[in-house]
Design a protein around this ligand. Sequence first.
Ligand code: FAD
Length: 447
Amino acid sequence: PTSVMWFRRDLRLRDNPALRDAVDAGTDGVVALFVLDPRLWDGAPPARRAYLAGSLRSLAERIGGAGLHVVRGEPAAEVARVARRVGAGSVHVAAEHTPYGKTRDAAVADALAAGDVPLVRTGSPYAVAPGRVRKGDGGRYKVFTPYYAGWREHGWRDPAAGVRGVPWLDPGGRSHRIPEAAVPDGVALPTSGEDAAHRRWRAFVADDLDAYATARDLPGDDRTSRMSVHLRWGEIHPRTMLADLGTGAGAEAYRRELAFREFYADVLDQRPDSAWDYYAPAFAAMEYDAPGDDLDAWKQGRTGFPIVDAGMRQLLAQGWMHNRVRMIVASFLVKDLHLEWQHGARHFAQHLVDFDLASNQHGWQWVAGSGTDAAPYFRVFNPVAQGKKFDPDGTYVRRWVPELADVPAASVHEPWRMSQPPAAYPPPLVDHADERREALRRYDAIR
Ligand code: FAD
């Protein structure tokens, strides 16, 4: 029989258990399939499309002669059509746990079942698939720290053995070219593809892992792994990365961050509604402001708070923002501008190349205080104090806010205190002390 390997966000050949199953089942050949789903592709921002197109090209190159068969359309119809044409005995995927992924795969499984072809789900984009880590009573975790202990105790498999000599099959018929998607002007993207992901990972482990526990919080140093985008597209599996982590403080801290990614996927699997609704429903009743010019100033990086503006401009320039700064800008949107977190999450979704529904929405809900963490609403980030603490000499701010390039370190996080602030840089949009009090007042009202 032949089999179909349907690639989605697992754009790699190494450590890919679904591919191994496809090869075992497809003794007469394996068709490599990618479906350009208008629902995901058409709404995706240009930077993310460009990155994905690069990753697909790189995957196609690794596959070689028979190539990657690309079809465009509604997945249930398209996958079933390809399976029928090649007489496939099975279609293989890694399981998906996002709300749309689950619905789509159920529809595809139904369409395939009409022709008696199973949709075989092997593995997932996680070391431990959502739903596997359980409490003693079988319940699911709602808090990170106990989840993390359970996750470590549960453990994960070793990386899957590589598959060699895959009998890739050219299915004939009409294959779309991998779409041309230009990188937008002024945006610098990392190199995509499985090899690039492995190169980046090896460089991080060699140069920066030991220092990660402390350096990870300093956006000016820029020493985090930047693996999020590679994980987002499955160019590397987290299990491959976990297998390289030893026991030092850096490795411990890194493992914990990877566990956050898995925890949020688990929470979204439990509560699909939390993708756009408040995880803690009480927050829906809080008083919020309507978005207006303030939201635009935030998006453009013109709030007058240097660390906030630096982060927002990095997002536009790289499709990525440092984690510490993601927290600071998110807190500013929710607690200084009193806007609902969804406005910020949507903007992130429109620009992050590493956009991941679970990590993004729950990252935002965590900051907004409506997420899985018990009492963080009081944690109102002070953008000046955060800047001074985590960007003490202003390296990060100066890199992204050229108007402040010549401002000395002592004033770089509060340029309005200078006798002559740089004219091109906007004055602060709000008084942080006032807005902090206002945020707490609104919170008290729903408590
Ligand atoms: P590193 O510090 O090198 O971390 C290693 C890996 O651990 C990351 O690649 C990521 O997979 C995981 N990780 C680290 N921190 C977190 C976290 N807080 N939550 C979940 N996983 C984490 N991450 C995304 O991948 N996609 C998103 O859309 C996203 N949106 C976010 C929105 C907000 C408001 C916040 C506060 C965080 C968000 N994060 C998101 C988490 C985190 O900011 C990024 O994963 C990280 O900055 C990526 O850079 P890195 O790979 O260099 O991180």
